[in-house]
Design a binder for this molecule. Sequence first.
Ligand SMILES: [Ca+2]
Length: 282
Amino acid sequence: MINLFSISSYIALLATLSNIFSIGNNTYSTEIKSKSYYKTYTEIDSLSNYQLIWSDEFDIDGAPDSNKWIYDIGKGENGWGNNEAQYYTQDKKNIHIEDGLLKIIAIKEDYKGGSFTSSRIKTQGKFDFKYGIIEVRARVPEGKGTWPAAWMLGSNITTVGWPQCGEIDIVEHVGKELNTVYGTLHYPERSGGNADGSKLIIKNATTEFHIYKVDWSESSIRIYVDDKLIHEMKISPNIPFHHNFFIILNLAMGGNFGGPIDENIQKALYEVDYVRVYQKNK
Ligand SMILES: [Ca+2]
């Protein structure tokens, strides 16, 4: 016969030892340094309950689809606010689709105040959504100073500004921490060094493709790497994740997070296989 008292005592003991805790009906076990949550995507929801509402498979060679993406061009005020080193262009040498992949290429060259050129595209004004699952299959570049990302901003950034609009970082990788991938949420009071997120060390972020995923509902945001949950946040009504967000893909160099750039880097290649957005069947 199961002794409930013993089980709860055992769980309390385990919680002390390995930081197991519960959110709702789900029990999470975290390794304190990496904050990895050992819970798989399949335990939560099946994609069979969802339908694909938007995607880019990057399967037509050439420039990104202008029906889906626009460019951020330039150096950005103060390097997009992060002291970044690159100047973003829409040149083919910095961004194009080839072999079914979006390729964003940072190139070391002095150009209009930048010490690299690179590229940044976004769906702002073309596509945004509220709640759903977004998957990005990508391979990040290696090299100290590289800072690729797949992320989202609240479409109301044009009226309320940042961080009031909210920011969901699906994946970020900085070359100075090889194979450490970050999933992060930014919002008022959690916008800078105290952002709300987790990181996971994986074996081969720079040599293999991985699926970086966010499962965003009216009650929570969960960030996954290859179906492993790495971060979860309950989103109360007063946290700004209850409006439409648009998608951004970019490769930055240096900056506050990217750090010093290895002077031997001449080029860095960030590849994205697809971006897919699903919403629950109504
Ligand atoms: Ca593809």
